[in-house]
Design a protein around this ligand. Structure first.
Ligand code: BYC
Ligand code: FE
Ligand code: FE
Length: 472
């Protein structure tokens, strides 16, 4: 196995030293990345030592090493999962042929767009989260957000490597453009909707890492099936990092739920705001918002793009290789949620153009598992309330339901009904102001903000009162 060489300017396991042209391109991009990180990365704390993990090998067991580094000194690099000898393309028209090690000419444009779209989300999320360090609920959480941020930065490196290594001059131009677009910018926005929303507080951050990073998991898993082998191997390694981001989201929300329940019991009230907690209805509204913008990220229910990505062998299904059908899907069908006048119905549609919806189904099912675990926390506290995922048609901006108003329980509404209810369903300005008012930094070792419970355990076997970020 090719080890990761940390003596190199750009740590990598792709023998970068043997490819002078590529090495030069990436070494030219590196200072631009660092400039972007300085301008658009975490505000403050850049000179502080943070207890971060760094990849030291790409095998599942022993890849992580923990230690104190300042963020600008993080060893961003290029790490691909081990090649699978003799790997073949698993689906589509080229099924059974050897996986591509170079880009097939006819698929070049499409593949470039997929890689750019994926790459664009990575720096976008760092930009969205850049102000949050200042209001961290604990040193533990501060360390976790920075870990997520540096790894999203590394995910950008992963896509830039593919662009520079395989797309020549076009690829280098795209690599530059990835550093030029800005989340929420009117003139140069990020590509996908959710990545132009604000992440103004830690409740939004935890919801984002639970719901939006989970889109990352499903998209990366589909790209990990790609017939273009370098993309597959890159995504396989990225997925190991993604798991931590979703852990931060799930446990973050879980700890808020726990604290809310404690306050509800202690004060015998549902209204925990006077006691500095986040009430369950507010949590539900944030959940509704983040779920709905994240389901939009899967694209239209019926998409010829999705059909083409699959037929071309570029983007597979979630766990494609574990499925036992023909992996071509030319005659197969799939049940898709659709609008039929005032009703939402499910109809069998051709499977190929339904692949976005199918991936969304896998995603929704996965989202529901964490919600069930949050509900267990509520039930254990003896409280009779349930958090729920809203209907997939609720608050959509992409696809068949973008044109209609739908309630969280899936009823098509008139504009007037929607207007009367939307503040029960989506965070209001008052909610945002209240949550914002709770965002007071807590940076004393072992202390946690009043609105969130401490974690069950620390990072890498360290105690929860460990000095995860050295502020002095
Ligand atoms: N916002 O056929 P359609 C992550 C566009 S997250 C704005 O429905 P398609 C991460 C679409 O581009 C994972 N525009 O969609 C998480 C198309 O434009 P054109 C990111 C949108 O192409 C947290 C048109 O609408 N990775 O890693 O089948 C932190 C019609 O498109 C949106 C990927 O997304 C939207 N939401 O599917 C950090 C994987 N949705 O052609 C990181 C790569 C659609 O008319 N991307 N449009 O100009 C893809 O696989 C596909 O591009 C999509 C869209 C699934 C996103
Ligand atoms: Fe990522
Ligand atoms: Fe992520």
């Amino acid at each position: 196995m090719a080890g990761i060489d940390y003596l190199e300017r750009i740590p990598n396991n792709v023998n970068l030293a043997e490819n002078r042209r590529l090495q030069r391109a990436l070494e030219e991009w590196q200072p631009k990345f660092l400039e972007w990180w300085t301008d658009m990365g975490p505000v403050g704390f850049q000179a502080r030592e943070v207890y971060l993990r760094t990849a030291t090998s790409v095998d599942a067991q022993g890849w992580a090493q923990f230690g104190f580094v300042t963020m600008p000194e993080y060893r961003w690099g290029i790490f691909l999962a081990e090649p699978e000898p003799g790997r073949t393309i698993g689906f589509g028209d080229h099924k059974g042929r050897p996986a591509w090690q170079e880009i097939p000419g006819e698929h070049r444009g499409v593949l470039r767009r997929l890689i750019v779209t994926q790459g664009d989300t990575e720096p976008a999320s760092v930009e969205q989260q850049r102000h949050l360090g200042r209001t961290c609920p604990s040193l533990y959480d501060l360390r976790n957000i920075f870990q997520v941020n540096v790894e999203e930065g590394r995910h950008l490196w992963a896509m830039v490597y593919l662009l520079d290594a395989y797309f020549g001059r076009d690829g280098r131009e795209e690599s530059e453009a990835l550093l030029q677009r800005r989340s929420g910018d009117r003139d140069r926005p990020r590509i996908l909707g959710a990545f132009n929303e604000k992440t103004p507080d830690w409740l939004s951050f935890f919801m984002f890492t639970y719901f939006t990073d989970r889109d990352g998991k499903y998209q990366l898993a589909s790209l990990a099936e790609s017939g273009f082998d370098p993309l597959s191997r890159t995504c396989r390694f990225m997925l190991t990092e993604e798991a931590h981001h979703m852990f931060v989201g799930e446990t973050g929300i879980g700890r808020i739920v726990q604290r809310t329940c404690e306050l509800m019991r202690e004060h015998k009230t549902d209204d925990v705001r006077p006691h500095g907690g986040i009430d369950l209805p507010t949590l539900q509204r944030y959940l509704n918002f983040h779920f709905s913008v994240s389901v939009d990220l899967f694209g239209s229910e019926i998409s010829t793009n999705a059909a083409n990505f699959y037929t071309m062998g570029l983007k597979g299904r979630f766990e494609e290789t574990k499925k036992t059908d023909d992996h071509r899907l030319k005659t197969a069908t799939y049940p898709v949620a659709e609008l039929d006048g005032e009703r939402i119905v499910t109809r069998e549609e051709p499977a190929l153009p339904s692949l976005n919806e199918r991936l969304r189904d896998d995603y929704v099912e996965d989202c529901a598992r964490g919600v069930a675990r949050w509900n267990q926390i509520i039930r254990k506290a003896g409280i009779d309330v349930e958090l729920k995922l809203p209907h997939r048609a609720f608050h959509r901006a992409i696809g068949a339901f973008a044109e209609v108003r739908v309630s969280p329980d899936g009823r098509v509404l008139s504009e007037a009904e929607w207007d009367a209810k939307k503040h029960e369903w989506l965070p209001s300005e008052a909610d945002a102001a209240y949550v914002g008012s709770l965002m007071q930094p807590v940076t004393e070792r072992g202390k946690f903000a009043n609105w969130i419970a401490p974690p069950a355990r620390g990072i890498n076997g360290q105690p929860t009162d460990f000095e995860y970020v050295r502020l002095a």
